[in-house]
Design a protein around this ligand. Structure first.
Ligand code: FAD
Ligand code: SF4
Length: 464
């Protein structure tokens, strides 16, 4: 291989100033940077990067088009596979997907595929060049999509392209699922999610907000309303709570509650938005995934003086995106690895005052492929704190599932589907976190796409 120039470094807000604001940390590539980065791509005959992408975007093609300055064709080519490029370019864990598979990574830094995808999507948005993707002739067959996270948005868009009459039913007052209530503004500005949802509206997808399927309407109501197939994409938004004493103390929160109040209900803009949030001087976040890191970085921006993340495994096993970990370290978040909470202790007024932890060591590999953390006897120690945020994982959203007792679940409580994404109930499909458990935006999108293909086959064959 010829010598490859160094990878372009994303422009970022300075850590010393960004911890006082909620504006986006990563600032994207300039045109010059995008072209330089595109020139690093070898245009491989057998591009490994495509297989590394869960939705198989033709990566060399869009990179070649950037080099040729044909941005419009480049973004069109991405959108054949991915309806949410501005989102994926920002939050996909590229380092374990396309960029990991990129041939350059054997010897050099891989091509910055995510940053290039983001560059194109931002260019399209800033120049107001959004186009409606091509659609088949409308067939007037109604399909319902439940939830509006990335699985549902992708499924709905693909179904609309197949010509179906699609309606999304969303429990919240706004669309996007975790993209709006979980991931903070400084990682994914909500204006971008709204803009991506506009593409669905251009495709003729209708969105009904404030409707909880299983409460406001049932699956049978949807069938009676004429929906011939249903896609369930309700996610895994119920927090997993550790079984330790002290959970009822004041200022012990789940990450879900903390992030929803901050992001969806805009507590970070208080008093402009009427959502107060109390944050102490010392905040401890328990967990090691994206949710834990997001909570810690939000707490810092809300005014905490010291934020500590306690994670029961080591740095190597942390499931959070590497870029977010790097940003959190730059911002001064402290990490305590191999550390697990035993109990939360309070003062006489039931306010949290400290956590007792135990040190852990790593044992054999478990079913997740990671080494199992094991407590070290007599290694307990305490850390003082004012707020505790629990971010140890999530469970399936139960409301809809409970309203359809005949639907088959796996032993972890998630919906079971066949290879086409169909549940045991004919005409009802599911995908995303409600099937896989907490995963990634792009894997949810891949599941939505697969289900749309299957719904298309199912409905069109039933018409023949
Ligand atoms: P969700 O995004 O959870 O959407 C489900 C939607 O269904 C919600 O809008 C919900 O309100 C709605 N709903 C639920 N029940 C009902 C009902 N009964 N009726 C109607 N609507 C209903 N992944 C990444 O790839 N990169 C990241 O950086 C990243 N960061 C994350 C940060 C946080 C804080 C969290 C929590 C997750 C993060 N993830 C990340 C994971 C990723 O966001 C999820 O895997 C993905 O959003 C799952 O998509 P989904 O469509 O299955 O469900
Ligand atoms: Fe370009 Fe890397 Fe894909 Fe090869 S593997 S085409 S170098 S992005």
């Amino acid at each position: 291989m010829a010598k490859i120039p160094p990878r372009q470094k994303m422009r970022e807000q300075n850590p010393n100033s960004r911890i006082y604001n909620f504006q986006e940390v990563a600032q994207g590539f300039t045109k010059e940077m995008a072209i330089k980065e595109a020139e690093r791509c070898l245009q491989c005959d057998e591009p490994k990067c495509i297989n590394g992408c869960p939705v198989n975007i033709d990566i060399p093609k869009f990179i070649r088009l950037i080099k040729e300055n044909d941005y419009l064709e480049a973004i069109r080519s991405i959108k054949e596979y991915n309806i949410l490029p501005a989102i994926c370019g920002r939050v996909c864990p590229q380092e374990i997907q396309c960029e990991k598979a990129c041939i350059l990574s054997k010897k050099w830094d891989p091509v910055a595929i995510g940053a290039l995808e983001r560059f194109l999507a931002d260019w399209e948005r800033k120049n107001q060049l959004k186009e409606c993707p091509d659609c088949e002739v409308p067939n007037h067959i109604k399909v319902a999509v439940i939830g509006s996270g990335p699985a549902s948005l992708t499924c709905a868009a693909d179904l609309a392209k197949y010509g179906f009459d699609v309606t999304i039913f969303e429990a919240f007052h706004t669309g996007g699922g975790v993209l709006v209530y979980g991931i903070p503004e400084f990682r994914l500005p909500k204006e971008i999610v709204e803009n991506e949802i506009e593409t669905l509206k251009m495709l003729g997808v209708k969105i009904e907000y404030n409707i909880i399927i299983g409460k406001t309407l049932t699956i049978n109501d949807l069938k009676n309303m004429g929906f011939m197939a249903i896609f369930i994409g309700v996610g895994a938004g119920v927090p997993l709570i550790p079984k330790i004493p002290g959970l009822n103390l004041n200022s012990v929160l789940t990450a879900n509650e903390f992030l929803t109040r901050t992001n969806l209900m805009k507590a970070y803009k208080f008093p402009e938005y009427d959502t107060p949030i109390k944050i102490g001087k010392i905040v401890i976040v328990v967990g090691g995934g994206n949710t834990a890191l997001d909570s810690a970085r939000v707490a810092l921006r809300l005014g905490a003086e010291k934020v500590i993340i306690a994670y029961r495994r080591s740095e190597a096993e942390m499931p959070a995106r590497k870029e977010e970990y790097h940003h959190a370290v730059e911002e001064g978040i402290e990490f305590k690895f191999l550390t697990n909470p035993v109990k939360i202790l309070g003062d006489k007024d039931s306010n949290v005052k400290e956590i007792e932890f135990i040190k852990m060591e790593l044992g054999e590999y478990d079913e997740s492929g990671r080494r199992r953390p094991i407590p070290i006897e007599n290694s307990e120690f305490k850390i003082k704190c004012d707020t505790v945020i629990l971010a140890i994982g999530a469970l399936a959203n139960p409301i809809l599932i409970k309203s359809i007792p005949e639907i088959k679940l796996n032993k972890r409580g998630y919906i079971q589907v066949d290879e086409n994404g169909m549940t045991n109930i004919e005409g009802i499909f599911a995908g995303g976190d409600i099937v896989s458990g907490s995963a990634t935006v792009i894997s949810a999108m891949g599941a939505g796409r697969k289900a749309a293909e299957a719904i298309n086959r199912y409905l069109k064959s039933s018409l023949e």
